[in-house]
Design a protein around this ligand. Structure first.
Ligand code: PLP
Length: 367
């Protein structure tokens, strides 16, 4: 009745497209970001396919997500970067999860965990170069680097990486962050620390700044076939949408002119017409504020959702088009109706559209 079709072949295509791009001048590793249930696509299925395709690293926000991956038998390198003060780093050390380190306190907890197992932990220093989220500031960096150098010499941690994240505000701001990252790299070197992977860019920075790809890029949204920019250019980059959201029409009826449709009567019929009922609502993640603005495709024809999107369903005035119960309704995920279209209708970004899809949708994996 409601389906998210996840095309893992498209995922593999997008990985290959991004790999070709970043390996055009020199060898660059790719970290595939699978946080937030792989942006709504299903974390385990996506991670398994990326592992089959030989991804270099998988990236998650929380350690809990890393735990889910390891429990399912994923053996790829995993980096987790957003830690709660109560997170169990013993699990990370035991199961070889690389950890981002943003503070001396986190480092202390990590070395405690590695002591308890007599096993070193792989760490990536997270540097705040101007996003002001997690990460150590350049001011506090020297102090943290000194502590890390000691822990490396004691065999408690392995200096696997150093990284940062761009704010994607504009070219000037991004270039300033790249300069600060270079400054951080120089500081690390002056402490005698050499990292396996230096990494800065996500999808947008990877596409915009070839000079900032360093040893690895962290790719999320582009793997899912979506552009990180707001101008719907995924196709231009050779990216194919991985998620397609569809549902079946569950009822149609002929109604006269002047009928009010759905809550609040945002729409009234202006002539005799056919209404089609579609069983997808905001409980599935369809944004309620896209009411009257979002489009769907039924039998290849575009129709606006003119009335209020409800929790479980919405109604489409299909005029005199021949539409019957059981006909497929495409919400997004084709070349001519994309997640960007729905994002624009809801005044948000494609990232939020795919990530919020859930509720009673079932996910079906193809490719
Ligand atoms: C989510 C995230 C990414 C991936 O970003 P995309 O724009 O989806 O490629 C990369 N790095 C970090 C630190 C992130 O949090």
């Amino acid at each position: 009745m409601r389906k998210l079709t996840i095309d893992l072949g498209a995922l593999a295509n997008n990985l290959s497209t991004m790999r070709k791009l970043v390996n055009s001048d020199r060898e660059t590793k790719v970290l595939g970001v699978v946080k937030a249930n792989a942006y709504g696509h299903g974390m385990l299925e996506v991670a398994k396919r990326l592992e089959q395709e030989g991804i270099d690293f998988l990236g998650v926000a929380d350690l809990e997500e890393a735990r889910t991956l390891r429990s399912a038998g994923i053996t790829s390198r995993i980096l987790a970067w957003l830690h709660d003060p109560s997170d169990d780093f013993v699990f990370a050390v035991k199961h070889d999860v690389d950890l981002a380190v943003s503070s001396a306190d986190q480092l202390m907890r990590i070395t405690k965990a590695s002591d308890s197992l007599a096993k070193p932990c792989r760490i990536h220093i997270k540097v705040d170069t101007g996003l002001s989220r997690n990460g150590v500031t350049l001011t506090d960096l020297d102090e943290l680097l000194a502590l890390i150098k000691t822990a490396v010499d004691q065999g408690k941690v392995i200096a696997s990486g150093i990284f940062s994240h761009l704010s994607s505000t504009g070219v000037q701001e991004d270039l300033a962050q790249i300069a600060r990252f270079d400054e951080a790299l120089a500081k690390a070197e002056s402490h005698g620390l050499n990292f396996e992977v230096r990494h800065l860019t996500a999808s947008d920075g990877t596409l915009s700044y070839p000079q900032a790809r360093y040893d690895m890029v962290r790719i999320g949204v582009a793997l899912y076939g979506l552009s990180p920019f707001s101008d719907n250019r995924a196709k231009e980059f050779g990216l194919k949408p991985v998620m397609k959201a569809t549902a079946s029409v569950v009822q149609t009826k002929r109604v006269p002119a002047g009928e009010g449709v759905s809550y609040g009567y945002l729409y009234k019929t202006s002539r005799e017409t056919t209404l089609a009922l579609v069983p997808v609502g905001y409980a599935e993640g369809l944004p309620r504020n896209a009411s009257t603005k979002a489009k769907v495709l039924i039998n290849g024809k575009e129709h606006f959702i003119q009335s209020r999107i409800a929790m479980d369903q919405f109604v489409v005035d299909v005029g005199d088009a021949s539409v019957s119960p059981g006909d497929e309704v495409i919400l997004f995920g084709t070349d001519n109706l994309t997640a960007d279209d729905l994002a624009n209708a809801a005044e948000t970004i494609n990232y939020e559209i795919v990530t919020r899809m859930g509720g009673r949708f079932i996910r079906e994996y193809v490719g």
